[in-house]
Design a protein. Structure first.
Lengths: 387, 364, 317
């Protein structure tokens, strides 16, 4: 601040004499009031995910404020549209907003990566509910977010093998066809399944990349049928997963259809139709809030968001856990950025189900976040254990 | 000209000034632009502050970058009348040049700048050679396709990051003690101002010299330009590649400021937005283009508090403005000050040319 | 690259390509009609299409109460639903097209503004319409329920022609020839052709310019709406961004065939639909656009007025 002020005064003196009164004072955040920031897409094509996570954040804050705490916690939301060039501007805005002491977000790996520079420079801690790309916490990657980045979801390095195992489960001599959607998420997850598929003895009979928002999947379906595959794994988001499933059914494909956490959304069933969606295998790091949260927390969820149940909203649990980690630190008296950073890095936190967790040096959950296996049955996504 | 016209009024005042007055005004304008990054801290101008996003970062991208690109596109669309719907391609080529070369070699941003501009110009020539032989709307679809192709190629080429893009792009090195990093967005803005001034200077020089006149002739009537002996393909390619170089330069700075780029930042919407800046402000007039780009890039950030509806409002603003001021906010000076007899002569020339062409066609 | 799939899956690819091609044909007619009379690319045509897809969705879900669990309809009820949806989509698109003409083009045209001015106001309309729908739908794509049971009409060696594909192809042909006849054989069609040849002369001949231009937008919109209905029936999903891809493809098709020329739109749409299917099967869907683009450049270099187009200055519509 001081340096900027000096430079600013110099420039002002040289250039213009008086444009207006210069206010050098920058309101320091009062210790009785701190701000958490939530960064995620709230408009645009990925808005659904950001809006879902916001529900978890709101629930945690609602519970905190019900206890009449000494330190009030405010929330600011920043819409990054899951786009790198927008995310970097939003992140810098938060980094320069001295009231903000911690960030929850972003939903998606690309936008998170684009924000790293700002958060690193601002010594601002960030906990993502659902940025699952492996390199964000990989000690070897030069692109990791050490030491300010943390996440409460399992990485794709865990999900990839789990998806490979679950999709080929109970399939004799699996012939697998892999299709990704050319997004950082889909294209990143695909290669993480292949080593496991090979060790499981599955043969990969074809691979394809169909860009997100493609209209016509029938030529891809034709290729799948021609290849004789009996397992199709789609790496992408639910809207396109639904379109591909419909096209496969129309092409008379009879085998297994599996997908990752991008498809873990009731919107998938709405879009594909109950009949076509039936039997789809889904792996997800998202832990269903409506199944894991105690009844009291579920009640708070309804009070905070006005929604009856969290069913169909993804990553509510993770967003709730991430927010709670901050709130536990704030309760412990950490109200500055450095204090929050060391508290998050070294503290032990309680998740919604009452289990303890802490972060590793590079920001993943030390206890290992689970990857759940789900099956679409009668128009619902049913958990069937861990994948 | 009974109606009040800001552009003509401004030109009138400017022409009434002597040299010292002009220099003083230019220095004053540049000085105001230089302190603009701190405008949000003055009480008087604090209404400029953008909610959520960092004001200084907004000034660099989108505001500064869009002014720069709109000026570059204005050379193509405004000066020589070629409709380019894929201008973002040149921006992307510049950005990727900086990202890939900068993170793999020891060359710094200033050294990569000419390379990035060179690649963009090369792309402009390669695209222009086939595309500029076509007329109007065919050119539009070819350039639109080209813009998409560059993005799709970037997504599908793993060696330049594929859909993940390129991370860890180095910042520019210090320049006479001026630091360039994330926390000094004001310094980036100064670079952008310097680039904008250079482009403005270049465009003003070119406009009054041979290329500018050739472009004007091409824009007003291609047939007449051919008749007058203007080598139109050569001048079209010149305008295309100079515009491309400006886009490339903007891309190089963008990449070194953002530190991370991904293909999704270079989609068709950016091309449309840049074109909107040009037309909205006043096609062909650099001051209009600068004004238009400033408003259209700043507005969505300023109205972030209505976050959900801001793009909708943006669309409505475009429609309303074009309906009320169809030539843009600051339209170009009308050059067609022809007397009646001159108009008649021009008409006859055109008719003769058409008849000649028709005769040639039926003869063949 | 995988060329064996071209042989083993030739017929499915061909049929899918034809169905997609007819959707492109009808949307390109929307572009080409407007281009013919105004010499302007109607950038809002993609949103005219998108709103048409939502009309079918709303009629089938709100009026006929179809949802994700419903079984397809049969017999008379099926016929009634199809007609209602088709008419709703066509009317919606037609009305939206007239609305677009009114707010994006008319004032600018009467003021004699530059072409680019109208281009930007059309782009603005397009942004406002798609963002408006995005806000109303909470950014979430919707499913157009399956009203029509998609059985194979006939099947030879496991290769079938599905009823929805057959309907799309037939309806595409009918609508295209209806427009073609209207433009070439009726009095109003003659007025459209006259305006496209020369605005000034046709005004001299007593043609009401505003009416003819509105009519052109209406017809373009009606046909685009028909395409929107077929899109919903074939692909069963729509969203606020649905117009974007279709719009660009149909615009490409119109240019490929020779923009401003109705028959050109037909051949261009067909060629593009088939090319997309076969290219994406052979080279992978991610390269489809690049190959289509290269083919387009090549064709325009060899035939600067498009595949079947005549000289742009000579013939319109």
């Amino acid at each position: 601040m001081n340096k900027t002020t000096k430079k600013l005064l110099g420039v002002v003196a040289v250039a213009t004499l008086a444009i207006g009164a210069f206010v050098a004072t920058n309101a320091q955040a009062a210790a009785t009031q701190v701000t958490l920031a939530f960064q995620s897409p709230l408009t645009g094509g990925e808005a659904g995910l950001g809006q879902d996570e916001l529900l978890g954040v709101k629930t945690a804050l609602y519970e905190y404020n019900q206890t009449n705490p000494k330190i009030k916690v405010n929330l600011v939301t920043g819409d990054d549209q899951a786009t790198a060039s927008i995310a970097s501007g939003v992140a810098l805005g938060f980094a320069q907003n001295s009231a903000v002491i911690g960030v929850i977000g972003s939903c998606c790996s690309g936008a998170t990566q684009a924000s790293f520079g700002a958060y690193k420079a601002g010594h601002l801690t960030i906990i993502s509910p659902s940025a699952t790309r492996a390199d964000l916490t990989s000690p070897k990657a030069s692109t990791n977010g050490f030491p300010f980045f943390h996440r409460v979801a399992a990485t794709d390095a865990v999900q990839g093998p789990a998806l490979a195992r679950y999709s080929t489960k109970d399939v004799s001599s699996p012939k697998v066809y892999l299709i990704d959607d050319a997004t950082p998420y889909g294209a990143g997850l695909k290669p993480l399944t292949t080593p496991t598929l090979k060790t499981l003895g599955a043969s990969i009979v074809g691979q394809d990349t169909v860009p997100q928002h493609t209209i016509d999947y029938s030529s891809t379906a034709s290729k799948v049928v021609a290849s004789g595959a009996n397992v199709v794994i789609y790496f992408g988001y639910y809207e396109d997963a639904a379109k591909l499933k419909v096209a496969l059914d129309l092409a008379k494909y009879k085998g297994v259809y599996a997908s990752g956490d991008g498809t873990d959304d009731l919107g998938y069933i709405t879009d594909a139709g109950t009949a076509d969606a039936e039997g789809t295998r889904i792996t997800s790091q998202s832990v269903p809030f409506e199944l894991t949260a105690p009844a009291a927390v579920q009640k708070d969820f309804t009070a905070a968001t006005g929604l009856k149940s969290a069913a169909g909203h993804a990553y509510v649990t993770q967003a709730y856990n991430a927010t709670n980690a901050y709130l536990q630190c704030i309760k412990g008296g950490a109200t500055t950025r450095p204090a929050i950073q060391s508290c998050i890095a070294s503290g032990t936190f309680t998740d919604v189900a009452g289990n303890k967790f802490n972060f590793t040096r590079y920001g993943d959950i030390a206890q290992g976040a689970p990857v759940g296996a789900y099956l679409v049955k009668n128009g619902d996504i049913i958990p069937v254990g861990n994948a | 000209m009974a109606r009040f016209n800001l552009r003509d009024k401004g030109a009138e005042i400017w022409e009434g000034w002597n040299r010292p007055k002009r220099v003083a005004f230019a220095v004053f304008a540049i000085a105001v632009a230089t302190v603009l990054p701190y405008a949000n801290k003055f009480t008087l101008t604090s209404f400029l502050q953008t909610p959520i996003t960092s004001f200084q970062a907004v000034l660099v991208y989108p505001v500064g970058m869009f002014i720069l690109m709109a000026l570059g596109l204005n050379i193509v669309v405004g000066k020589s009348g070629l409709l380019d719907l894929g201008y973002v391609a040149f921006f992307a080529i510049g950005a990727y040049t900086e990202a890939v070369i900068g993170s793999h070699t020891h060359l710094n941003t200033w050294e990569i700048m000419p390379i990035g501009m060179g690649f963009s110009m090369l792309a402009g020539v390669l695209l222009g050679l086939p595309a500029l032989r076509l007329r109007g709307d065919y050119l539009a679809i070819i350039t639109l396709g080209f813009g998409e192709i560059v993005r799709i190629l970037a997504i599908n080429t793993p060696s330049i990051g594929g859909p993940n893009g390129v991370a860890n792009i180095p910042n520019p090195p210090n320049f006479f003690g001026i630091q360039f990093d994330l926390l000094h967005q004001d310094h980036f803005f100064w670079i952008v101002i310097v680039l904008i001034l250079l482009v403005v200077w270049m465009v003003r020089r070119l406009t009054v010299r041979r290329p500018g006149r050739a472009w004007e002739a091409i824009r007003q009537d291609e047939d007449v330009a051919i008749l007058m002996g203007v080598p139109i393909l050569r001048y079209k390619i010149w305008s295309f590649s100079i515009g491309a170089a400006v886009g490339g330069a903007a891309g190089v700075i963008f990449a070194s400021q953002q530190l991370f780029i991904a293909p999704q930042s270079f989609d068709y919407n950016v091309s449309v937005l840049i074109l909107s800046c040009v037309v909205f402000g006043g096609i062909g007039n650099i001051w209009g283009v600068i004004l238009g780009a400033s408003i259209l890039s700043y507005l969505p950030e300023r109205i972030r508090f209505i976050s959900n509806a801001r793009e909708f409002v943006f669309g409505v603003v475009l429609v309303l403005t074009m309906n009320l001021r169809s030539d843009g906010l600051l339209p170009r000076k009308k050059r067609e000050h022809l007397s009646e007899s001159e108009k008649q002569a021009l008409k006859e020339t055109r008719a003769a040319l058409k008849a000649e062409k028709k005769a040639a066609r039926t003869g063949a | 690259m995988n060329f064996s799939v071209l042989i083993s899956q030739f017929f499915p690819l061909l049929i899918n390509g034809l169905a997609l091609g007819f959707i492109y044909v009808l949307v390109s007619v929307g572009y080409t009609m407007v281009y013919g009379v105004l010499r302007l690319i109607n950038f809002a045509n993609s949103e005219i299409f998108m709103l048409g897809t939502f009309a079918t969705y709303l009629v089938s879900t709100r009026i006929f109460k179809f949802d994700q669990n419903s079984h397809p309809a049969h017999g008379g009820k099926l016929f009634l639903i199809i007609i209602c949806c088709l008419v709703a989509s066509m009317l919606t698109s037609g009305v939206v097209a007239m609305f677009v003409e009114l707010i994006a083009y008319r004032r600018l045209r009467t003021k004699g503004a530059s072409r680019l001015g109208s281009l930007i106001s059309a782009i603005g309309t397009s942004i406002a319409l798609s963002e408006g729908v995005r806000i109303l739908t909470h950014s979430i794509p919707v499913r157009a329920p399956r009203v029509l049971n998609k059985f194979n009409v006939f099947e030879i060696h496991g290769v079938g022609l599905r009823i929805d594909q057959l309907l799309t192809i037939l309806a595409g042909l009918i609508f295209f020839f209806a427009v073609d006849r209207f433009v070439n054989k009726t009095r109003l069609g003659a007025a459209i052709r006259a305006v496209s040849m020369s605005e000034e002369n046709s005004r001299l001949m007593g043609i009401n310019l505003n009416r003819v231009i509105t009519l052109t937008f209406l017809i373009g919109g009606l046909v685009t709406g028909a395409a929107a209905f077929m899109y919903d029936t074939t692909y069963e999903q729509t969203a606020y961004y649905a117009g974007f891809n279709i719009g660009i493809a149909a615009f490409t098709a119109a240019v490929l065939g020779g923009i401003g020329n109705l028959r050109g739109a037909f051949y261009g749409g067909m060629a593009l639909g088939l090319a997309e299917q076969f290219f994406s099967a052979a080279f992978g869907a991610q390269w489809k656009e690049i190959i289509v683009f290269l083919v387009l450049v090549l064709i325009l270099l060899l035939r600067p007025n498009g595949l079947f187009g005549e000289a742009v200055q000579q013939t319109r519509v």
